[in-house]
Design a protein around this ligand. Sequence first.
Ligand code: 5GP
Ligand code: ZN
Length: 113
Amino acid sequence: MDCVFCKIVAGEMPGDIVYQDEGLIAFRDINPMASTHLLIIPKKHITSLVDLSEAESSLIGDMVKVANQLAKREGISESGYRLVINCGEQGGQLVPHLHLHLLGGRQLSGALG
Ligand code: 5GP
Ligand code: ZN
């Protein structure tokens, strides 16, 4: 499959991987918007939130749990951080493999879009 994030999961493309477990991996965003900018993704290819089946919906809780752990590890738990999932074209999703952004380490703008 021609999916950049699947290639990182498969080790076919370099990625600065900071976490992995059975179902998820996390790596640093190639174009970071803050000093901490990680992407937490399911290893399984799921295109976007809109394609998430009911059976898979617990994945989101798992992704948030990992993001919270990584925020602690990055030292931004106390200062604060933002979790974002973009979905579809107007939601600003550029990579068609479900991913959760973890952003922190600076004052983020109040704008949500
Ligand atoms: P989206 O706009 O789809 O929510 O976010 C996609 C994110 O993936 C962007 O922040 C972009 O910088 C990041 N990204 C795109 N291609 C790569 C890549 O090959 N490696 C890594 N580490 N991040 C990528
Ligand atoms: Zn994929």
